[in-house]
Design a protein around this ligand. Sequence first.
Ligand SMILES: Nc1ncnc2c1ncn2[C@@H]1O[C@H](COP(=O)(O)OP(=O)(O)OP(=O)(O)O)[C@@H](O)[C@H]1O
Ligand SMILES: [Mg+2]
Length: 352
Amino acid sequence: MPSPNEILAELKKVKYPGFTRDVVSFGIIKDIEVAYAGVTVIIAAPSAKPEVIHKIAEDVKQAVGAMPGVPKVEVKLERPAADTQARPQPSIARKSLPGVRHIIAVASGKGGVGKSTVAVNLAIAMRGLGWRIGLMDADVYGPSIAMMVGMEAPVSLTQERRIIPLQRFGIKYVSMAMFINDETAVIWRGPMVTKLETEFLFNVEWGELDCLVLDLPPGTGDAQLTITQRVELDGGIVVTTPQEIALIDVKRGAEMFREVRVPVLGVVENMSYYLCLRCSKRHEIFSHGGGARYAAELGVPFLGELPLVRALREGGDSASPLAALNPAHPVSAAFKEIAASVIERLDAPRGQ
Ligand SMILES: Nc1ncnc2c1ncn2[C@@H]1O[C@H](COP(=O)(O)OP(=O)(O)OP(=O)(O)O)[C@@H](O)[C@H]1O
Ligand SMILES: [Mg+2]
């Protein structure tokens, strides 16, 4: 009879239906019990559709059943805890945006982890999968999306004085930077900022969108909490880097969303390893993999890891995000997979 570790290694060859990633890295294998009578694999895919779960169960059964010495395989579905997976009622009135199907927020426990880079490239990758996407830079103190996508166009308003978003790379976007300069940003503090920001958000003429992506300011303070409480959010994404110190913040990010009863769609580990395009090798600079471990510990999905690559920074600095400029780049492909996971989770029927 194989050991649980050997079974896990075998399951790493089983792909999640429709993805190139395996079921283990998706974090859906919760336990493996090896007994005399056979093997039991416990899976949990809270947001997956029934037919997807069925396919996973079949594939897992087949893969483990084909291992030498396994007499019988059973796949059991772990029921998610009701308090974290179901969509609970918000305690204060939240507003949705007419015409916008989903709103998600990208957050990080600390600054500089690549949150805006992830928000922009994820938005473009989701667009590439056919979704109509809006992007809002909600970071008043350091709006960087403006720079990442280029901001020459002047702001225009509708006759009703609603803000017309700019369009670039097939996505609509607005940034607080459209309306403030460095001096005004400094005098804006606390509640005033959040008030303006939410007003601003609701005053944009978004039109029909499948998803609006909010790039939150770094951290998990009052400003972030207020935005996540005022807007009808469908989910949050937490971006981290692999250093131990950043990982502690993953917990804070996940807790912030839980506090306001917004489901965490998953964790993205950025600058996970260095991808050398010359030798096509991965170089592990920090001990990568912490993001996946922490996600598992927190019971939230792991969406994927992104390497440290010069092209990503250059794309950001030159207003041509990598996902738009070079969709064939391996990192653009990684964004596409993350985008597909996010779309699948958003489209999944609630409460499964
Ligand atoms: N995977 C990566 N590879 C290389 N450079 C990256 C990567 N991710 C982000 N960067 C670069 O790191 C810098 C910080 O990234 P970014 O502005 O996206 O972080 P942030 O978390 O939004 O920061 P802030 O807290 O200031 O909002 C940028 O110059 C960006 O181009
Ligand atoms: Mg940022």
